[in-house]
Design a protein around this ligand. Structure first.
Ligand code: 3HC
Length: 320
């Protein structure tokens, strides 16, 4: 027993030395159970978010206003599905199967980003999602490229390459609408009014209320805190809104100074945390619909998974 404890202490010291030396932790490395559990939770929920996030946008593929905008939206949604696959693959390296992750999601034991539980009412919402939701995701994911877990970090590097296209295509939609008719300008302003705060909620609770940020920063899973990333996103996005004539829906928004690059920083209102927890805990406008759709799609796709498995088994037996 004493020897095991010594081994454990040695192993923990080696793990912490790697974290301090910015050496990536790899699947076969020893890691504390709590580190593994933290990653199982965060990476799988990140993957769920990517896949469920395809639903609100998917509703508008058949309603896109032009062939060009349809092609762009199709490409973006396809990217999101691929991001989900990278992240499920990274999550599986932690010793939990994809089937198990999906089961936890279907049983309500796993979360996904609350922002995807809001409805997409018109085409301006597709612009707001690309610009604000993917813009927030980029702010978060660029930082996550430096996460301490190797497979997660490498997935982030790959995903970030595609996210900037997602944000740009959304901003282009909003820009075009603001150069359009009065009705189009009203639609774009209505969209930012509805999506601004759910996008800020993507960064999670305040650091002081965050259950996981302490460990996440200690183990370098997160490299910047929820509040820091949220401020970075606000500082970057408010000038983009103002450039095209959109008004950020926050009466208390005002310039508070400049950052080290001379860019403006802002004072702003706080998030409606009651709404945040209502939606996170399953009581948002579309939570039920999103999960029902995911369960049905998973059941409808069962035959595809069975065929792929049978093909693989057949291949394996031929190559034995
Ligand atoms: N939506 C749903 N749940 C949320 C949430 C949100 N916006 N913010 C926090 N939560 C949950 C957490 O999951 C945690 O619940 P749990 O213990 O059951 O998992 C609880 O609220 C406490 O929050 P913490 O801040 O303590 O939790 P984290 O340290 O995990 O921080 C996070 C939350 C910032 C989302 C962090 O997990 C993270 O950075 N995850 C990776 C990025 C990610 O998942 N982004 C989701 C969007 S992906 C996307 O947008 C795709 C793009 O292509 C559009």
């Amino acid at each position: 027993m004493k020897e095991t404890l010594l081994d454990e202490a040695t192993l923990l010291a080696e793990f912490e030395a790697k974290i301090d030396a910015e050496i990536k932790i790899e699947p076969r490395d020893w890691m504390p159970d709590a580190y593994r559990k933290h990653l199982i939770r965060q990476i799988s929920q990140h993957a769920h978010s990517e896949v469920i996030g395809m639903q609100p946008e998917g509703n508008w593929i058949t309603r896109a206003p032009s062939l060009r905008s349809k092609k762009i939206l199709l490409a973006k949604i396809q990217d999101e599905g691929g991001h989900g696959l990278y992240l499920y693959s990274a999550a599986e390296t932690l010793g939990v199967s994809r089937d198990q992750y999906i089961q936890w999601l279907h049983e309500g034991k796993a979360k996904y980003a609350s922002v995807f539980n809001y409805p997409t009412l018109n085409w301006a919402d597709i612009g707001a999602i690309g610009w604000l939701v993917d813009g927030a995701a980029i702010t978060n994911q660029v930082s996550l490229q430096r996460t301490s877990y190797g497979p997660y970090s490498r997935a982030m590097v790959r995903i970030c390459k595609e996210e900037s296209f997602h944000q740009r295509q959304g901003y282009e939609i909003m820009w075009k609408m603001m150069e359009g008719t009065k009705d189009q300008q009203r639609m774009a302003q209505d969209a930012i009014n509805r999506w601004w705060w759910p996008a800020l909620m993507m960064f999670g609770p305040h650091d002081s209320d965050s259950a996981h940020t302490g460990n996440a920063m200690k183990w370098k899973i997160k490299r910047e805190t929820n509040d820091r990333l949220r401020e970075k996103f606000i500082n970057k996005t408010v000038p983009q809104a103002e450039l095209i004539g959109l008004k950020v829906p926050d009466a208390n928004l005002k310039v508070s100074g400049t950052d080290s690059f001379g860019e403006p920083t802002y004072d702003h209102s706080d998030i409606n945390w009651e709404e945040f927890w209502q939606v996170v805990n399953g009581n948002g406008p579309c939570n039920e619909q999103r999960l029902e759709h995911h369960v049905k799609a998973h059941q409808d796709g069962k035959w595809v998974r069975e065929c792929a498995k049978a093909f693989q088994n057949n291949n394996d037996s031929i190559n034995r």
